[in-house]
Design a protein around this ligand. Structure first.
Ligand SMILES: *[C@@H]1O[C@H](CO)[C@@H](O)[C@H](O)[C@H]1NC(C)=O
Ligand SMILES: *[C@@H]1O[C@H](CO)[C@@H](O)[C@H](O)[C@H]1NC(C)=O
Ligand SMILES: *[C@@H]1O[C@H](CO)[C@@H](O)[C@H](O)[C@H]1NC(C)=O
Ligand SMILES: *[C@@H]1O[C@H](CO)[C@@H](O)[C@H](O)[C@H]1NC(C)=O
Length: 377
């Protein structure tokens, strides 16, 4: 050991002589070719750049890339442009399902008498859906295979939105699964979604392995680690936000390439992270941060609680519909619980319009109970 140390110290002057000019050259090169020097803000007058600065949430004083500037002007105009006035404002119910929908009869009861105020779209990704209710006939859209946890899930959501956006009357776009049920009367759901400017996108910061632990630095510079968010995929979005989702390719591509199962030895699921992160970055004040679709994770298992026929009681449904706080828990060792009131136009209100994870065997009981549990709203 002493021998090598003497050797090293005797060589030091030569190392320094070689290193100092090398470092100087690379620093100069890095400075000249740094992204700042190539960004358009460097070339344009400050008056061109300032409007972006005023509108954009601060990004740690980083200068935006060309793609970011291009994306964000499009997003800003979508968010600020007035919508074409709908002749008959409607809610689009978009069902993402492998095949047939077990609760068609329950949904029919829900929709009955409200023709003209809703539209239905069904993306059946595995097999053609067989229908028992006439209101679902011919509501299928062209679909493609969906693999759980992969970007094909987001692609199916975008396909549903693209179809539903074709109808100018659709103002709110609700994503539902085959295991979802309605918790309120149609009138209640319609007013809840129509009379607010918010989108109901679940979004929270989880510093643990199931949250930020899934982030990949390949998403830099546009998606920084401290912007990475998590949330349930079951959203309800207003028309401008539906358009934003279709207008985005920059952030979508980041998640498509760098948020997938098995990425760098971790499992990242684009459907749980892309939209929460995207809206947190682009329009944080425009989202509620909770989903209007209830699911029960309280058992702390890998999957949420799924309801069997024997679980279905008037009391259970009343319990779910009376929840007026949303709850998140971090996946790190601290298991920090975050409980916040569900504020609808500033007023504390029940959080949930729909609930999921009901087995098909619950249909009979739900049909019986539906007029009861929706009676008072
Ligand atoms: C939504 O926003 C528009 C335009 O800012 C406003 O006129 C309207 O009153 C808002 N609606 C609700 C329910 O907050
Ligand atoms: C949602 O969370 C963001 C912070 O991530 C916050 O700025 C925004 O106000 C929240 N939305 C509501 C409706 O409270
Ligand atoms: C309903 O909520 C009450 C109070 O939290 C609880 O004691 C009861 O077990 C719940 N019932 C069902 C069926 O979930
Ligand atoms: C629904 O409510 C009615 C009257 O309030 C009651 O008679 C009936 O038993 C209830 N149905 C169920 C399935 O609980």
């Amino acid at each position: 050991m002493p021998v090598s140390r003497t050797k090293a110290s005797s060589r030091r002057p030569l190392w320094i002589i070689v290193l100092v000019p090398l470092v100087c050259v690379s620093l100069t090169v890095a400075y000249i070719f740094s992204p700042q020097h190539y960004s358009s803000c460097y070339f344009f007058a400050s008056s061109v750049c300032n409007p972006f600065k005023d509108w954009l949430p601060p990004i740690n004083s980083r200068v935006l890339t060309d793609e970011e500037i291009a994306s964000r002007v499009v997003f800003r105009d979508i968010l600020s442009a007035p919508l074409v006035k709908a002749k008959q404002p409607k809610v689009a119910f978009m069902f993402l399902t492998p095949g047939s929908l077990p609760f068609e009869m329950l949904w029919e009861k829900f929709f009955m008498g409200h023709e003209g105020k809703y539209s239905i779209y069904v993306h059946a990704s595995r097999e053609k859906a067989a229908h028992v209710s006439p209101i679902f006939i011919d509501r299928g859209i062209r679909s493609a295979k969906v693999v759980w946890g992969k970007i094909s899930m987001v692609d199916a959501e975008k396909r549903l939105l693209a179809n539903a956006l074709q109808d100018m009357d659709n103002q709110q776009f609700v994503l539902l699964s085959d295991s979802c049920i309605p918790l309120h009367s149609f009138g209640y759901v319609y007013n809840y979604l129509m009379h607010t400017n918010m989108s109901f996108i679940d979004c929270f910061e989880d510093p643990g392995p199931h949250g930020t632990g899934r982030y990949s630095e390949h998403m830099m510079p546009e998606v920084e680690e401290n912007s990475f968010r998590k949330g349930s995929q079951w959203f309800s979005v207003k028309r401008q936000h539906a358009l934003l989702i279709l207008a985005d390719s920059l952030y979508y591509t980041k998640f498509k390439l760098y948020c997938k199962p098995g990425m760098e030895g971790r499992n990242c699921y684009a459907d749980e992270h892309y939209l929460p992160t995207f809206f947190h970055m682009i329009d944080p004040a425009g989202i509620a941060n909770w989903s209007v679709t209830h699911v029960d994770w309280s058992e702390g298992k890998w999957h949420p609680k799924a309801y069997r026929a024997e679980d279905i009681t008037f009391e259970l449904l009343k319990n779910i519909t009376s929840i007026d706080e949303h709850y998140h828990i971090t996946s790190d060792e601290k298991k920090v619980e975050m409980i916040k009131p569900c504020l609808w136009n500033g007023k504390q209100t029940p959080c949930y319009l729909f609930a999921r994870k009901f087995y098909p065997e619950t249909l009979e009981k739900l049909l019986d109970l539906f007029p009861n549990y929706t009676k008072f709203n």
